[in-house]
Each structure stands twice: as structure tokens, then as C-alpha cells.
Design a protein around this ligand. Structure first.
Ligand code: ATP
Ligand code: ATP
Ligand code: MG
Ligand code: MG
Lengths: 255, 255
């Protein structure tokens, strides 16, 4: 039973891309078949796992516009994760899709052809609540919210929850919130713990465990075109994502 | 002679908002009159300096659509910086402006009425290269690129440079790149220094000094609704931004 999971947060730089790459790699290590979809025109996920977006023939943009079958656009990565990559063309998607009827469903429709071949499909969203992110939320069974646990990321949660509720009401009744994943977590300060506790209470959200601590090892991984699970195999960051993956695979979202 | 400076980088979470708030506060401390403009529908800058976007009557969105005069929308902050604030309505601006002729010039036109009352106007961009960021680049005399000096932020520079060149060619011949500001700088690792040296060489960009080091003091400031120059007056982060402001005020961009 394939689980499609959107990794979303409109705040910039909260480790959405790092979470998709690392969780994807961990799930593959644990024996699952994983597809990741890069929904950011900046194509950071595509680049992080060793592909040059400018060298790609097809991308998720072609798939969303119905020009190419998804199966033809999916490529492999050295980490063993399949990827539906992005290129800068995707920046045009917002405009192209803006006036199309049923524009929220194009990703869901495209994934129907290929999802069955995977145990997990992870969707990497850009820092916005535009049509591509709405597509991710409409296509997904569950959503995980990576959060930096600082004041400015706290502020975005309300708006993201409103958007998720809109999608649940209008496009995807079955969408469940799997929970918040604390990222770049600084357990020394009180601020991070306070923000996390407040979000949990205020929005009734689950918190995935363990939190991902700040670590300089993460910055090295994209430079090598591999996930941190390969560039820093036994680091705390890699181990934390492995544990999150185990918990994720065991428990589906309840609400 | 008013200097209008866009703070732009489509990569998320590289301290654009923190830079506008901190530089703005430093320039005010140093005796300049400063206006900051929040061009992000997430309104983090507005919130960081003590305003609740949901309580505001007018915002930059009304100004861009020509409904309200800029002078009526500008409000003050405890840091002494004037702000043209944002609200979530701004998310609609991309769509509203998409089909309008001369849509790249609406901010420039709006600022013409008020810029003369200030020495500096700083424009806080969202993590995208959409119509609002194009407006900022079209309205600006100079652009500063805050950069996290990690692989993924390095990757975005090419695309940003292409966009700046397009704007220079088509909408704003006089736009100059003031330079890159290294933010959240980890001087202990070789990666940050290597990325910075590479960007400097590859794109011929100036690097503003000093770099802004990583510091936990920055996360506290938005929680208090004040800039870090007030919440951590003599911290290294506050001092670094003061120095950048002094250098900025002395030297205009050369190219
Ligand atoms: N646990 C961590 N510790 C330290 N650095 C991290 C950690 N997780 C991610 N990073 C680094 O932080 C930066 C931002 O991460 P990332 O690009 O994954 O965020 P994002 O939410 O996808 O950003 P965007 O909003 O631009 O898509 C990257 O350079 C990444 O390598
Ligand atoms: N020098 C620093 N050291 C540590 N934390 C910092 C520093 N500068 C900014 N931060 C924190 O990093 C986070 C991201 O900063 P900020 O919101 O200013 O980035 P941004 O580029 O404006 O993000 P976005 O792309 O979402 O607009 C904030 O929580 C901020 O407080
Ligand atoms: Mg990303
Ligand atoms: Mg910002």
C-alpha cells in the first residue's frame, strides 16, 4: 500500500529538501522502494542527489503539463532512491497551471501511473503555498511539517494549517497530518523547546521523533551529491533520520 | 540622495529578513532615515519588528494595486525604522499583477512618492523570483545578496544573476549589484570559506564585510518584536551588522 507523503512548510530553509533526501535514503536502506518528487523550480533536491538539472531531458514540469509520461522522467540516484527531478522550467508551471481547470490534481493524476511501484513517495515542496504545493497536498495521503522551532517558523504554521484545511475540505478529504519534524534543533536553548511545546499544544499536532539536531555534516552532503546517510554514515544526524524513518514506516498518520 | 536597496536571494532561510531588520536598525542608529518594505506575503519582517499583520488596515498589497497611497500605509516601529508592511493579501498580488501591463514597475512608481523622505529604502524579498521580487529589482538602485555559503545557496546564485541581468537589460539599466553578504557564517569550517571564495571568483562579486557569524541571539529578536541590535545590543551579531551598515553608507555600488 503506497504511502504518498508531502514534506511542506512555506518558510524558507527549514530543511524540507534535506528531510526528503535523508528520509528517502533511510527508507531505502531499510528495504523500502522509494520515489521522491522535486517540486521546487530551484531543483535543490535534484542537485543534492547528484543530478545537474540543466542536463536533464525531462522533468516533473513536462509530466505535470502532460507532455511526457512520468515513467519516462523518473531517474535513479546513487543513494538508491528514484527521483522525478525538477528543472528551472518548473518556474513556468505556476503560470501555465493557473488558468487550467482541475489544476490542483495534475500531480495526483500523474502519480497514479507510477505510485504502485513504490512503498513511499515523498514530495519536496518549495517555500510557498502556490499551485505546486497545493498539488502536493492534493496528491498526498499524509503531510510532514519540518520546523526550525524558532519564532519565525512558528508564525508560518497557522497559515500552513489553514491551507491544509482548505485542501482537506475542497480537494483531498483523506489528507492527514503526520506531524511536525523538529529540524536544525538546538536542544541547548529554551527557545526551541518552548516553540515546539507551543506548536504541539496550540495546533494539536504530533511531533515526530527524534528531533534532528543541528550538525555541520549536513552541509557537506549536497556537495558530494549524496545523502548525509552516505557522506556521514554514523553521524548523529544520519542516525536521527534513520530512527524517524523507522517510526514513520511503523505508524501511519491518525488524523 | 535616497538609496533603494533590494535584499534578494530566492533560496529560503538565508537571513534576508534578518538582514533588512538589522541593517535598517543599524542605519537608524547611525543617524539615517530608513524605510523598509516587506515584500513577502508571509510578512516575517512585519512580524519581526512588532506588528501583527492580521491587525493591519493597509499593507504594501493595497499600495501595489494602487488602492492606497504609500504614505497612508507606512507605519513606525520601536526600532525607529519606518515600514511598509505586508499581510497575507500579498499572496494574491502575483495573480493580480500577472496580467497587468507594466507590472514590473508598480513598486518603483509607488516608492517615487515617498522615497525622498528617506536616506535608505531596504526591500525584503520572498524566497522566489516571481513578480514581487522582479518589482524589487526594478525599483532598486542596488541589490545585496545574503548568502549562507553552503552548497545549496551557492547553486542559486547563477539563477539570481541571470534574473538580475534580465532586469538590467529590460527594466532597470541602473541596477547595480552591491555584493554578497555572508550570513550565518561558520568560520570554523572550510566549506563556508570555499563556497564564498568560489562565488567571488566565479561571478566577480564583491563581498560585504564583515560576515555575519552564526549566533543564537538572532532567534530571540523576532520573539521580542525588536531587531537584534536592541535585544542583544553588544553581541557579535549586532556589532557585525553595525559595521556592514557603516561600510554600506560610505560606499555606493560600483557595478
Ligand atoms: N540538521 C541540520 N543541521 C545543519 N544544517 C542543516 C540541517 N538540515 C539542513 N541543513 C542545511 O540547511 C540549509 C537549508 O536546508 P534545506 O535546503 O533542506 O531547507 P529547505 O526548507 O528545503 O529550503 P527551501 O525553503 O529553500 O526549499 C541547507 O544548506 C542544508 O544543508
Ligand atoms: N546569523 C544568524 N545566526 C543564527 N540564526 C540566524 C542568523 N541570521 C538569521 N537567523 C535565523 O535564521 C532563520 C532564517 O532567517 P530569515 O527568516 O531572516 O531568512 P530569510 O532568508 O528571510 O527566509 P525566507 O527565505 O523564508 O524569507 C530565522 O529564524 C532567523 O532568526
Ligand atoms: Mg528545499
Ligand atoms: Mg524572509
Amino acid at each position: 500500500m503506497t504511502r504518498i507523503i508531502a514534506i511542506a512548510n512555506q518558510k524558507g530553509g527549514v530543511a524540507k529538501t534535506t528531510t526528503v533526501a535523508s528520509l528517502g535514503a533511510a527508507l531505502v536502506e531499510q528495504g523500502h522502494r522509494v520515489l521522491i518528487v522535486d517540486l521546487d523550480p530551484q531543483a535543490c533536491l535534484t542537485f543534492s542527489l547528484g543530478h545537474d538539472p540543466e542536463e536533464l531531458e525531462f522533468s516533473v514540469h513536462d509530466v505535470l503539463l502532460g507532455r511526457v509520461a512520468p515513467g519516462l522522467s523518473i531517474i535513479t540516484t546513487e543513494d538508491g532512491i528514484d527521483i522525478l527531478p525538477s528543472t528551472i522550467d518548473l518556474a513556468g508551471a505556476e503560470a501555465h497551471l493557473l488558468t487550467r481547470t482541475g489544476r490542483e490534481y495534475v500531480l495526483r493524476t500523474a502519480l497514479e501511473d507510477v505510485a504502485a511501484g513504490y512503498d513511499f513517495v515523498l514530495l519536496d515542496c518549495s517555500p510557498s503555498l502556490g499551485v505546486l504545493t497545493i498539488n502536493a497536498l492534493t496528491a498526498a495521503d499524509e503531510v510532514i511539517i519540518p520546523m526550525q522551532c524558532e519564532t519565525l517558523s512558528h508564525r508560518g504554521v497557522r497559515q500552513l494549517m489553514d491551507t491544509i484545511e482548505d485542501v482537506q475540505r475542497l480537494c483531498n478529504r483523506d489528507l492527514k497530518i503526520r506531524g511536525v519534524l523538529p529540524t536544525m534543533f538546538d536542544s541547548r536553548t529554551n527557545l526551541a523547546k518552548a516553540v515546539l511545546a507551543d506548536v504541539k499544544e496550540r495546533y494539536g499536532l504530533e511531533v515526530l521523533e527524534p528531533p534532528i539536531a543541528k550538525s555541520v555534516r549536513f552541509a557537506e552532503a549536497p556537495a558530494a551529491g549524496r545523502s548525509v546517510l552516505k557522506t556521514a554514515k554514523s553521524s548523529r544526524g544520519a542516525e536521527a533520520y534513520r530512527e524517524v524513518a523507522i517510526n514513520l514506516a511503523e505508524i501511519e498518520a491518525k488524523n
